[in-house]
Every structure is written in structure tokens, then in C-alpha cells.
Design a protein around this ligand. Structure first.
Ligand code: GDD
Ligand code: MN
Length: 363
């Protein structure tokens, strides 16, 4: 059993109790993958683990992400069948024995709990969440031909052999690990489904937010074009586009009271600063810099982007001199400059360096 947690102290303790009860007859272990929750979930679970060898904690420091937590948890067990369940008791743990039996008796790769098939329900979802969930479901059809009625679910059991087959193709970003698993396969996976009722959360609150939605789009994009263009680059380019707009706006505004070079300088700094923070928030969310690290990151970002701008100019000028139309030259400069910026800021601004693991990034 893999249980991803973030701020689920009370829920996790209760879930472990329930899991042991429902899995009494089945040989099992529980791995709680906690992203260093401020509420002390990891310690609470370790207190249990001290007297119960079937329970373990994988505490990730400086990391965030539901999907990657599930993947690392799954890779940390030797079990032949691996189930993933939320800690907040929204998934019905009583379904687990039936899921395991189905996986084995029908020789399936994966059995998912579904809120949509007959007998299942998502009544505990608010209307807005329900329509978001439906939208996500429709979008998922684009990347996966697997016939899942609830691809957004995070409640499933997977056969170790199937996991080994796809683990290197997983994208691991965002929330939707099940969709990632089925969409990463080269063949049609053998999938079964069992209905359950999605319950309201016991304690605490959901971690789903706008950024998680964006990460979902990123997962879809990765499955669609990830082999050609890295999805992070797409985000980076989108942020870059917003920076250009902002630049022009600021340029227009400041030109009202100052000379062009000054206005251009102000617009450039504002654009770069905004780009840095947006990239820090979205493109590199999983490596997000905070505090002092963010300030140093910003300076590095300025430096890298200045060289990128210089490159951009050189390429565009070169192209114009060799007879390219202005828009072709301008675009070529932009592409080369952005690739440079992306590659350099990826390795200097956001990439963890050896030995800096503990303080360089994120919660
Ligand atoms: N390790 C780790 N890291 N765990 C996390 C993180 C993270 O960054 N974010 C969330 N979790 C854990 C939560 O503690 C919880 O146990 C589980 O992942 C699901 O998170 P919720 O915040 O409860 O998400 P939800 O209820 O909105 O989403 C549920 O419904 C979706 C379908 O609508 C989950 O079941 C999803 O898996 C499911 O896809
Ligand atoms: Mn939940």
C-alpha cells in the first residue's frame, strides 16, 4: 500500500488502522510517502512504525508532488501488487480485497476504483469540482485510449510487472498518477474497474489548486508532444510570451515620462523579473526557490537572460544581413535566445546542485 501524504497527520493514523483491519487476511505493508509535512505527519506515522514493521515512512525533504510521491513509494516496495490510496479517507479502503482479487483472477495489469461506473458515486464532490473532473476526463481521452471511466482517480492497484514496464516513461508531474500509468504504455494495458463511493474528506483540506490544474495540462502535453518538445520548455515559452506583452505595456507607460533607453531598460527589468517569478511558480514549481535562494536565483536569471538577449540580437541581425525577411529573422532570434535562456536557467537557476539539497529549494 502506498499512501501519499501532505498535512494528513490525523487522517493517516486513522487510515493505517483501517487498512490493517481490512487487509487482515492479506500479507501487506504500508508505505507513507510524506513530503515533509509541516503538521508532522511523518513523525506521527513513525510512532506507529516503531511497533509495527508493516508500516514505513518515506519522508522526502525539499520535494513536492503527488505523482512523484506515488512513483517513489511504488519503487520502494518489493510487493507483487501495489495499491495507491489517498490518506484523507475519501477513497473506500474496503474495496481493496476485491480489487486485489480481480487483479489476480483476471490477470490484469491494473484495477482502478471508479466513481463513475454503476454503484460508484462522486456525490462528495462539489459541483465545480465535478465539472472540472469531467473536463479533465474528456481531455484524458486524447492521450490515452485505455477505456477508463474514471482516469482522474488516485485509487488503484497495479501489477509490479506492468509498473516495471512503464516506469521509465512516466512523466511524474502533477496529480494524475493513474492517467500517467495507463498513458505511458506502448501496448493497451489490461484494465479492470470497481465502483466505490467517493467520501467527504475526514480532516484537513484538499491540496488541489489552480497550479495542480496547470500541471494536469502539462501531463497531457507531455504525453502528446513530450518526445519532441519538453513540456517545461512550452511553459517557459508561454511565460516568455507573457513577459513580452508586459514589456511592451511598461515601455508604453514609461515612455510618457522618460527617454527611450531608460524606458526600455525599465521595461526589460520588469519583464525579466516577472518571468523569473512566473517560472519559479509554474515551470519549476517542483524546484521552487524561496527566500535567499530565490534572490540569488533572480540575479542568475538576469545574467543568463542578458546573454540570451544578446544572442537573440546577433542571430536576428545575422539573418537580416543574409537576406531573411524581418519577421523570419526576428523569430529566429527569439527561438535561439529562448532556447539559450531555457537551457542555462534550467541548469543554473533552478537545478539543485550537489550538497545544496537541504537548503536550495522548496517545500
Ligand atoms: N506526498 C505528497 N506530496 N502527497 C500529496 C501532495 C504532495 O505534494 N499533494 C497532495 N498529496 C496527498 C494528500 O495528502 C492526499 O492524501 C492525496 O495526496 C490526495 O490529495 P487531496 O488534496 O486530498 O486531493 P483531492 O481530494 O483534491 O484529489 C483527489 O481526487 C482526485 C480526483 O478528483 C485525489 O484522490 C486524487 O488522487 C484524485 O485524482
Ligand atoms: Mn482528497
Amino acid at each position: 500500500m502506498i499512501v501519499p501524504t501532505f498535512d494528513e497527520r490525523e487522517n493517516a493514523v486513522e487510515l493505517i488502522r483501517r487498512l490493517h483491519a481490512v487487509l487482515q487476511e492479506i500479507d501487506h505493508e504500508i508505505i507513507v510517502v510524506d513530503d515533509d509535512s509541516p503538521d508532522g505527519t511523518a513523525n506521527a506515522v513513525r510512532d506507529i512504525a516503531r511497533n509495527d514493521t508493516r508500516v514505513r515512512v518515506l519522508q522526502r525533504v525539499g520535494r513536492r508532488g503527488l505523482a512523484s510521491a506515488c512513483i517513489e513509494g511504488m519503487m520502494a516496495t518489493a510487493a507483487p501488487s501495489i495499491a495507491v490510496i489517498d490518506a484523507d479517507l475519501q477513497h473506500d479502503e474496503r474495496l481493496l480485497p476485491a480489487m486485489l482479487a480481480k487483479l489476480k483472477s483476471e490477470n490484469l495489469d491494473l484495477v482502478a476504483g471508479t466513481r463513475h461506473a454503476e454503484g460508484g458515486s462522486a456525490a462528495a464532490l462539489t459541483e465545480r469540482r465535478a465539472s472540472l473532473s469531467n473536463l479533465g476526463k474528456r481531455l484524458s481521452r486524447i492521450v490515452s485510449h485505455a477505456d477508463l471511466s474514471d482516469p482522474m482517480s488516485g485509487f488503484f492497484i497495479v501489477d509490479r510487472r506492468y509498473l516495471d514496464e512503464v516506469v521509465r516513461s512516466l512523466s511524474g508531474s502533477g496529480f494524475k498518477i493513474l492517467l500517467d500509468l495507463v498513458a505511458s504504455s506502448r501496448r493497451a494495458p489490461r484494465i479492470g474497474e470497481l465502483p466505490y463511493e467517493f467520501r467527504p474528506r475526514l480532516h484537513g483540506e484538499s491540496k488541489l489548486d489552480v497550479v495542480v490544474g496547470l500541471e494536469y495540462l502539462q501531463l497531457l502535453a507531455d504525453k502528446l508532444i513530450g518526445d519532441v518538445i519538453p513540456p517545461r520548455f512550452v511553459l517557459f515559452a508561454l511565460v516568455g510570451g507573457s513577459g513580452v506583452l508586459l514589456h511592451l505595456l511598461v515601455l508604453y507607460a514609461t515612455l510618457q515620462w522618460t527617454t527611450f533607453p531608460t524606458a526600455q531598460l525599465i521595461a526589460t527589468v520588469v519583464g525579466m523579473t516577472s518571468n523569473f517569478f512566473l517560472n519559479n511558480l509554474f515551470t519549476w514549481r517542483d524546484h521552487r526557490l524561496r527566500g535567499r535562494a530565490a534572490f540569488i536565483g533572480l540575479l542568475k536569471f538576469y545574467a543568463a537572460c542578458s546573454i540570451g538577449a544578446f544572442l537573440n540580437l546577433r542571430v536576428a541581425t545575422f539573418a537580416v544581413q543574409h537576406g531573411a525577411a524581418w519577421y523570419v529573422a526576428g523569430f529566429a532570434g527569439l527561438v535561439i535566445g529562448s532556447i539559450w535562456n531555457f537551457a542555462v536557467t534550467a541548469t543554473t537557476t533552478w537545478k539543485r546542485r550537489r550538497g545544496r539539497y537541504w537548503n536550495a529549494d522548496v517545500k
